[in-house]
Write a protein that binds this ligand. Sequence first.
Ligand code: SAH
Ligand code: SF4
Ligand code: F3S
Length: 476
Amino acid sequence: MSVKPSSRNRKLYVSTHGCQMNVHDSERMVDVLGQSGFDLASNREEADFILINTCHIREKAAEKVYSELGRYKPLKRARPDLLIGVAGCVAQAEGAEIFRRQPLVDIVVGPQSYHRLPGMVEKAASGEKQLDTEFPEEDKFDHLPGVSGRVRRNFSSFLTVQEGCDKFCSFCVVPYTRGAESSRPVASVLADARNLADDGVVEITLLGQNVNAYHGIGPDGSEWSLARLIRVVAELDGIERIRFTTSHPRDMSDDLIAAFGDTDKLMPYLHLPVQSGSDRVLRAMNRRHTSAYYRNVIERTRKARPDIAISGDFIVGFPGETESDFRQTLRLCDEIVYAQAYSFKYSARPGTPAAERDQVDEAEKSDRLARLQEVLSSQQREFQRSQIDRVLPVLLEKRGRLDGQLTGRSPYMNSVHVQAGDMLLGRIVPARILKSEPNSLAGEIVLGHEAIARGGNLPNVSLSDPVRHEGVTGVA
Ligand code: SAH
Ligand code: SF4
Ligand code: F3S
């Protein structure tokens, strides 16, 4: 009989950068390492293994990895047995180069190989550096423990249904770091969704780099669309809310647009990046659609679901973007009116076509970004203000910053704080919105209001499980 060398479990600290997919991947890495005896550390100092899950989307995001690694030097010097790993999109893009730039790294693992982490950790512990940036034949989802909402006691959970991208926008690294577009089979997505529902999860966000390109094989052998998948997830007892992200305008099918109108559980919120309002720039970006096409998609979606909140992504200062192109982006924003948006200065990424072109002056980019953000922030404030006095169903997800406060989300993704006791965690309650704060709304619970209808199916949640998520930190 073998005896474990140490009586205590080893401790894992995960630091997460990047998109929701990375946040979810970090959770899955915690799960798979949990099976091989790792518990979450509450800080870096007590960790036996520090894993940075990285993002390569813009230069700043990628450079963060090296500054973070530099900060771990004293820890590693004090404890040479401390393992340090780099996962995610920088790992995929830079591979062995990471060992050269920062020799304290023991493990480099790409987004498609992290189910192999337990074996890599054991080998790294015996002093052998580990690199795995393959796109393996086997499906990592078949080798990961099933998703569980219980471990983290989340009421809202991500669920990956699609990964990778074949669109090759000329600025973007994702097709290289995440690989070719692929969809998980319907049956395995549904098995995960059922597990989440059984664990008390009320809201599921279906994730994919190009989630609306979903075309998973259904039980009948045919390819299912995202809309069809959503309609079936909506039938699961306990699941009250469904969201999906991130979508490409070209894949907003009629069926998906219709789902916003006919599937109550699909929340009225659509994140649909457009990047630019200029057709010339959209063409240079290889976005494969015009601004008129985007406007039309939004118009049709609003027809299907008039109260839908629209969110977007923008890039300013793409190579060749003129002042007049940029003004067309401002004009598009004025027409669409966003509830929420993310905007970035173009960042040249090695290996992408646009990086080779004539670049816009940095000061010009900063100026355009400031002007765009002024418009977008004012639209966001206006959207939040428009919620005042409305009674909205709010899914209460966690304790707020203040005593006796819980925080949740409205259907439109706004954070809402209310005074409420822990027994309401995981419930959808009607809340009257009283005030708009910079990044959230303040509300009060209104009992007996018809809005409680959406919370009719209250989940049976045990509140005794400890919250075990402190090792995973913020999103870039
Ligand atoms: N899959 C999603 C989002 C990908 S990355 C989509 O297709 O829309 C998230 C956002 O980062 C993009 O929408 C874009 O606005 C921004 N982004 C991507 N590459 C960038 C780059 N090289 N420079 C600046 N912003 C970038
Ligand atoms: Fe990147 Fe374009 Fe694919 Fe989105 S659609 S992930 S921006 S290449
Ligand atoms: Fe970043 Fe990779 Fe996501 S590059 S945005 S972590 S897919």
